[in-house]
Design a protein around this ligand. Structure first.
Ligand code: HEC
Ligand code: HEC
Length: 274
C-alpha cells in the first residue's frame, strides 16, 4: 500500500515553502547571517569577547590587506547611517553610499544573486545587532578595483523551495558562496563558474592559515553519502576523521536547516563532473 507514504510526502513537500514564509524577516535574516551566509566568519573577530559583527579582522593577501567592516548599527563606526536601500545595494552591487567599491574578500559576486526578500531580511537583522563602537582600519588594495561588479542589480525574485536542486543552487551560489570558493580561479581574480564550476583550486585563508578548496563535483565527492557530506560541511570532519581547514565556515553551516543542507547536497550531486 504505497499510496499512504506518498500522500504524506506530497503533503510535506507542499508545506515546505509555507514553513519558510512563516519566518519573520528578522528570523530569516538572523538565520542567513548566522547560518549559510556566514557573515560573521569575516565580520566577527574571533578573539574572545569580540562583539558580534564588530569587524576588525584583517585579511592579508598579496593583492591586498583588507579589514572587515563593523556591521553593527553603531552611529560613528558602524552602518547606522546607511539606509536600507544603501545596505542592499552594498551587499549586491558592492557599492558604498558615496559610490566607492567594497573590495575582496567580501563575496559580492555571490551576493549579486541574493533575492530581494533575503537581502532585506539580512538588513533587518543587521539593524537588530547590538551596536559596538569599533573603528576599523582602512583596507588597502595593491591592485586597482574594478569600477563595478557588473550591471547594477536592482531586483532578484525569490527562489522557490519546491525544487530542492534549484533552491540548493541558489544557496550554494548566492548565499553560502560555496561556488565562489570551490570553482577554479580565473586569471585576474574571481571564479570560473562555467568550465571550472565546482572544480576547486581557489586558495582560501581562514584563522588557521590558507587551504586550497577541493573539487566538490561528483568526481571529487561522489564517494561521500549524503550524511557524510552534511557532516563534513557542518563539522569540518571527513568520514575518515581528518579535519578540514577552518577557512571554510563550517561552524556557521552547522546552523543550517537540514532541508537547506539537503538542497545543497542535491545540487552538488547534479554538477557536471570536473
Ligand atoms: C570572506 C569574508 C567576508 C564575508 C563572508 C562577508 N564579508 Fe562583508 N566585508 C568583508 C571585508 C574584508 C570588507 C571590507 C572591504 C573593503 O574595505 O573594501 C567587507 C565590507 C562589507 C560592507 C561595507 C561596510 C563599510 O562600512 O564599508 C558591508 C555592508 C558588508 N561587508 C556586509 C556583509 C554581510 C551582510 C555579509 C554576509 C551576508 C558579509 N559582509 C560577508 C569581508 C566579508
Ligand atoms: C571561504 C571559502 C569556502 C566556502 C565559502 C566554502 N568552502 Fe568548502 N572548502 C573550502 C576549503 C579551503 C576546503 C578544503 C579544506 C581543507 O583541505 O582542509 C573545503 C572543503 C570542502 C569539502 C570537503 C571535500 C573533501 O574532499 O573532503 C566539502 C564537501 C565542501 N568544502 C563543500 C562546501 C559547500 C557545500 C559549501 C557551501 C555551503 C562550501 N564548501 C563553502 C573552502 C570553502
Amino acid at each position: 500500500m504505497p499510496a499512504k507514504p506518498i500522500a504524506a510526502l506530497a503533503l510535506l513537500l507542499a508545506a515546505a515553502p509555507a514553513l519558510a514564509q512563516t519566518q519573520t524577516p528578522l528570523e530569516r535574516g538572523g538565520y542567513l547571517v548566522k547560518g549559510p551566509a556566514a557573515c560573521g566568519q569575516c565580520h566577527t573577530n574571533p578573539a574572545p569577547g569580540s562583539p558580534e559583527l564588530g569587524g576588525g579582522m584583517r585579511f592579508a593577501e598579496l593583492a591586498y590587506t583588507a579589514v572587515a567592516a563593523n556591521l553593527t548599527p553603531d552611529p560613528d563606526t558602524g552602518i547606522a547611517a546607511w539606509s536600507d536601500a544603501d545596505l542592499v545595494n552594498g551587499l549586491r552591487n558592492g557599492k558604498r553610499p558615496r559610490g566607492s567599491l567594497i573590495g575582496p574578500p567580501m563575496p559580492i559576486a555571490a551576493y549579486r544573486g541574493l533575492s530581494d526578500g533575503d537581502a532585506n531580511a539580512i538588513v533587518v537583522y543587521l539593524r537588530s545587532v547590538k551596536p559596538a563602537a569599533n573603528k576599523t582600519a582602512r583596507s588597502g588594495y595593491r591592485v586597482p578595483l574594478p569600477d563595478s561588479y557588473g550591471p547594477a542589480v536592482t531586483r532578484v525574485p525569490e527562489v522557490s523551495l519546491a525544487d530542492p536542486v534549484k533552491y540548493g543552487e541558489y544557496l550554494a551560489h548566492s548565499v553560502a558562496a560555496c561556488m565562489q570558493c570551490h570553482s577554479r580561479p580565473l586569471e585576474g581574480g574571481g571564479a570560473d563558474l562555467a568550465a571550472g564550476l565546482g572544480a576547486g583550486g581557489q586558495s582560501a585563508r581562514g584563522p588557521a592559515g590558507a587551504a586550497v578548496a577541493t573539487n566538490i563535483t561528483p568526481s571529487g565527492i561522489g564517494h561521500y553519502s549524503d550524511a557524510d557530506l552534511k557532516k563534513v560541511i557542518t563539522t569540518g570532519v571527513r568520514p575518515d576523521g581528518s579535519k578540514l581547514n577552518p577557512a571554510m565556515p563550517y561552524a556557521y553551516f552547522a546552523n543550517m536547516s537540514d532541508a537547506d543542507l539537503s538542497a545543497v547536497v542535491a545540487y552538488l550531486r547534479v554538477l557536471p563532473k570536473r
